[in-house]
Each structure stands twice: as C-alpha cells, then as structure tokens.
Design a protein around this ligand. Structure first.
Ligand code: DGT
Ligand code: CA
Ligand code: CA
Length: 571
C-alpha cells in the first residue's frame, strides 16, 4: 500500500473526528502523521514489515497499531466505524474553503444537508443566514468557496505530482527501447498544481515502449492505447499521458508538450513571421516544407533568433521578447541556497531538536539555519514566552560553539496582531538574531485592514521578513486581497524581505506576485516553514516558484554567504 493512500485515510479520519466535534489536539495528531507519511522517503509497507513505524516522529503506539492494520489488511475497522456515523457528503463539504467542521456539523444538524449541490441551493435560498453563528456574509463566502473548489478540484499539488512523475520516470528509464526521455507539460514548468502529467519518449519502437509504459505497477486504469500515444490513470487518480516520437523530432515534441499553450501559440506565430512552420515534429521551411531542425529545443529557439528559454518561464509573460533581446534572467538554482531561515523546532510546534535540525542541514550542504519558533500568544502552536526564549538562545549559543563551518541563528516567527503591532515588545524582539513576522489568526479582514496590518508591521525596525504574505492555502483558503502595490513599495522602503514559503499548499508569494515584486526591486527569502526534517526538502518548490517569478540568485537573502548574512542581520 502506498504512503499516499495511508496518508489519505489519516486525513479523512481527522476530518471525521472534526465533524464529530473532537478536540483539536486529537485531530491534529492524525493530520501531522498524514503529512509526515505523505512525504516520507521510506515505503510505509517496509516500515510496517520491519516494525519501525514508531521511529516516525508523531506516531505513537495507538496510531502505529492503526496504520499496521490498514497496511496489512487494506482496511481499518476504526475508520469504517467512523464513516458509518457520519454521512459521506459532509467530508466533501469540508473541502469548501472557509467552511470548517463546526459549521458543516451545524448545517447538517439543523437543515439535514449532506451534499454540495444542496448546500449551494440552500445558500441561494437564504436558508443559512438564520442559523446560529451564520449570517449573510457567511452565506456569500460559502457560495464563493464552492466556486473556488470547483476551479481547483481535480488538480494535484506540485509535490505529489512531482513524486508520481519521478517514480514513473525512473521506471521508464529501464526500458531499453527508449532513446531519450523527459517529463513535459506543467510538471516540467513546475506549476503549483497539475491537471495531468505528460511524459515524452523517443524510440524506433513506439509500440513496445507503450506496452512497457502500461505495465507500470501503480496503474488503476488504461484510458487510451494508441500507436504513439497512451493515457493511464494512476491509483491516486492522477492521469499520465505518454507520447512517443522519432528521435529527430524529440526537441520539437518536447517544446510542444512542455507548453504552456500560451507560450506555444506565441512561438508559433513568431516562427511564421520568420518564414517557418513549427509543430511537434520540427521546425519546417514554410515554402517547401523541408525539415530544418527538431532534435533539440535549443536549436529551435536559436533558429527563431531567441536565447534558450527555461521551462519555468514559458508562460507568455514576456519571456519571448526578453529572449529576443538577450535579457532573460539567470535563474536561481537549488544549489545557490545556503540555508533555510524558516524552521520550527520542538520549542514550539516542530518535531525535532535544534541540534538534529542543524546537523541535518549541515550534512546537506547548508552553511546556516534559522530557527523561527512561534510567538507567545499562539498557544495552539506552543508559542514561546520570555523564559523559553532565553533558554533557546542559551542552547543555540552552546550548539554554535561545538559546530564548525555552520551557524544556527535564533529567529522567531512573530505573530502580527490584528492592529498591526507585534506579539513581542521591542525589548524582546531585540534578543533574536532576526525576526520574521506573519499572520496566523484573525483572518477576517477586508483588503484595507489586511494591508494596513502588514504596513504597520513593516514599520517596526526589528522586522526582517514577512512569512507567507497572502496566507493562502491552495484549494482551502483564498489569499488576502492585499493592496500588493502598497505592500511592495513599503517592503522596498523599509528593506523588508518577503518570503516565498515553500510548503506545497502555500507557495506564497506565488510566481506572478514574485515577478511583480521583483520589478519593484523587492528582495526575498525562500523558507520551508519546516515542522519536520522531511519538510526541509520543500526548498525545491520554493525555488521553482522563484524561478517562475524570474528571480536570480542576488534577489534572495538565503543565497548569501554566512558572512554577508550576518552583516545584514547586525545592521
Ligand atoms: P495541466 O495538465 O493542466 O497542468 O497543464 P499542461 O500545460 O500540462 O497542459 P496539457 O497536459 O493539457 O498539455 C500539455 C502541453 O501540450 C501543453 O502545455 C501545451 C501543449 N498543448 C496542449 N494543447 C494545446 C493546444 O491546443 N495548442 C498548443 N499550441 N499546445 C497545446
Ligand atoms: Ca499536463
Ligand atoms: Ca496532458
């Protein structure tokens, strides 16, 4: 059984418990275990076989027993029982952004509603506004949430698609009939969500390649099997399309299949202007249909008078013009990152000791790490009071004495209160090496309130960067409607960096906003917001967002050397 299936069951248990009105900590334990298992490198089946489940942080006796039952029998009695208690449609209703378990339970209890269409109708008929704790605004928000869910549903987050894509790719590499192989489509462009995966292969024996492709062991259904194309659905419901072409067309096909559609349309019209015809088989002379180039993408771009354009830039956001003028950015790379400045430890709601985090970071080539635990008012996340901060600073000082060529910074992720003041007074903020601030409660604000809250926070001279600025959760919570123009101007004026949060359901700021902010000369931090060591690898998704936002190395604080960074923090 796949890690993702086990994680899926745990998520559903958490939702069901929420609907039953169980306490926060019980449901949270299931969610955290699910998050951890989802990104685990180890196969959950192996861990069960080797009796090693309890090595996973956050998994105790009771949870280990349930996972074991689920993996060994394919079923979990506890889950089945819960599902019988609660109508299935309520779980679907929980997926509506802005609708929590308390409200869903109340809608069910008072109105007997168990499906989204019935809920939509009830909102339109004005039946919800009279329930306790509801109102006209809630009704409108729910309608908007339903719309949003319809917009994103069926799309898969980058990290999960990436894992599926890599696994399939590694399997296909073993096919000796394949000459060249590449991921394509939105995954090669590292979009934040995928509709489906696209893979391209070149071969003289396309049918044998397709036979090999559909023998993959994670397939639920074969949708289509042609001579040079096939589509399947994986067990986790993600569709994968394979296209097989002759090797001389590999570059042209890769260019076509990588997209985006908008980029391709623009490129094709440029080709026509230049006297060519471009399609997935190659670049052809318009007059006599003679094949010009097609083996590599570079040749095609170059023939059209362009520099090679990295896949992440191919969204028709000015990249073709920039390629013509040789003004494409020199995109930042994962290797440029020298450390992570947004990491939680056991001091607040993270899972590991600072020492373990630091050793892991150092082993993986980082030069520094910043531990940013939550601030005092965030009780649910075990925010730190003054005594705990002092203890943490001491501990970090001691650790730093015993570790060479590496530095641990003591930071904080300080909450910004509703009035824009910070959760610690200046006297305490001064104790940290640096300060990151973010909004974690009090989300109900109009555009002006939200913007003002940030503008005020940025006025505080201790603030170095803003975490996950729009607070969106992809598919679950809409971003704040900020006046970004004002935000970016203030960030520039106060020298406040903005975070690209790498958590796959955040990616916040997103690619578009990053590009706009960069045009205003704003600088960035790429943080992972890790609560577990396995989350540190999310850095790659922050990097892909940065690349999609046209960022170069120098735009990003945590590409700086330890020396340079210390200078900036000491200013
Ligand atoms: P997705 O799957 O929604 O996340 O996004 P993509 O970009 O992977 O789109 P997909 O899978 O429908 O198609 C893969 C690529 O094929 C796309 O990026 C560009 C190319 N393509 C698909 N349809 C068209 C089209 O109608 N015109 C052109 N020029 N290219 C297309
Ligand atoms: Ca696709
Ligand atoms: Ca496709």
């Amino acid at each position: 059984m796949k890690n993702q299936i086990v994680a899926g069951v745990l998520y559903q248990i958490a939702d069901l418990l929420d609907l039953k009105g169980e306490i926060f900590f019980k449901t949270r334990a299931y969610r955290i275990a699910a998050q951890t298992i989802e990104v685990l490198d180890d196969d959950i089946e192996d861990l069960v076989k080797q009796d090693r489940l309890k090595e996973i942080p956050g998994i105790g006796e009771a949870l280990a027993k349930k996972i074991k039952e689920l993996v060994e029998t394919g079923k979990l009695e506890y889950f089945e029982k819960l599902k019988k208690e609660i109508p299935e449609g309520l779980l679907k209703m929980l997926e509506i952004p802005g609708l929590g378990p308390k409200k869903v339970a109340s809608i069910y209890k008072n109105l007997g509603i168990t499906t989204i269409p019935a809920l939509r109708q009830a909102c339109k008929d004005g039946k919800l506004r009279d329930l306790e704790c509801f109102g006209l605004i809630t009704e409108q928000n729910i309608l908007r949430g339903i719309q949003m869910k319809e917009k994103t549903s069926g799309r898969v987050l980058l990290n999960l698609a990436y894992k599926d894509g890599q696994n399939y790719f590694n399997y296909l590499k073993k096919c000796d009939k394949i000459q060249r192989l590449s991921l394509a489509g939105s995954l090669r462009r590292y979009k934040e969500t995928m509709g489906d995966l696209d893979i391209l292969a070149s071969s003289d024996n396309p049918e044998e390649v397709i036979d090999f492709f559909i023998k993959y062991n994670d397939i639920k259904q074969v949708l289509l099997k042609g001579n040079t194309k096939t589509s399947i659905v994986l067990n986790d419901d993600l569709q994968v399309d394979l296209r097989v072409v002759e090797d001389k067309s590999f570059g042209a096909a890769l260019q076509y299949l990588t997209g985006s559609k908008e980029h391709n349309v623009k490129l094709r019209s440029l080709a026509i202007k230049e006297g060519y015809k471009l399609n997935e088989y190659g670049l052809f002379d318009k007059k006599n249909d003679k094949f010009v180039v097609g083996k590599n993408e570079e040749e095609i771009y170059n023939k059209l008078g362009l520099e090679y354009i990295e896949p992440e830039l191919r969204e028709n956001r000015g990249e073709i013009q920039a390629a013509k003028e040789k003004k494409l950015p020199d995109l930042v790379k994962l290797d440029d990152i020298k450390g992570d400045l947004h990491v939680h430890s056991v001091y607040s709601d993270g899972f590991e000791q600072i020492e373990d985090i630091a050793n892991f970071c150092k082993k993986n080539g980082y030069k520094y790490v910043g531990i940013t635990d939550h601030s005092q008012s965030l009780h649910i996340a075990k925010g730190l009071n003054e005594d705990q901060i002092k203890k943490k600073i001491k501990e970090i000082e001691t650790l730093n004495k015993n570790i060479d060529n590496f530095k641990i910074f003591c930071g904080t992720e300080c909450d910004i209160k509703t009035d824009g003041t910070l959760d610690y007074p200046d006297r305490i903020l001064e104790m940290f090496d640096y300060v990151c601030v973010g909004i974690h409660i009090g989300f109900k604000m109009d555009s002006k309130q939200a913007t003002d809250r940030y503008l005020k926070a940025m006025e505080n001279k201790h603030v170095n960067f803003i975490a996950h600025p729009t607070c969106r959760l992809i598919g679950h919570r809409e971003p704040f409607e900020l006046d970004l123009e004002k935000m970016f101007d203030k960030a520039k004026e106060t020298n406040t960096y903005l975070e690209i949060n790498s958590f796959p359901d955040r990616l916040d700021l997103n690619d578009l906003n990053v590009k706009i902010a960069k045009e205003k000369d704003v600088k960035f931090v790429i943080g992972t917001d890790s609560h577990h060591i396995s989350h540190l690898a999310f850095m790659q998704y922050g990097i892909s967002t940065a690349r999609r936002g046209w960022l170069e190395k120098n735009d990003i604080l945590n590409t700086y050397s330890l020396n340079e960074l210390e200078k900036i923090f000491n200013k």
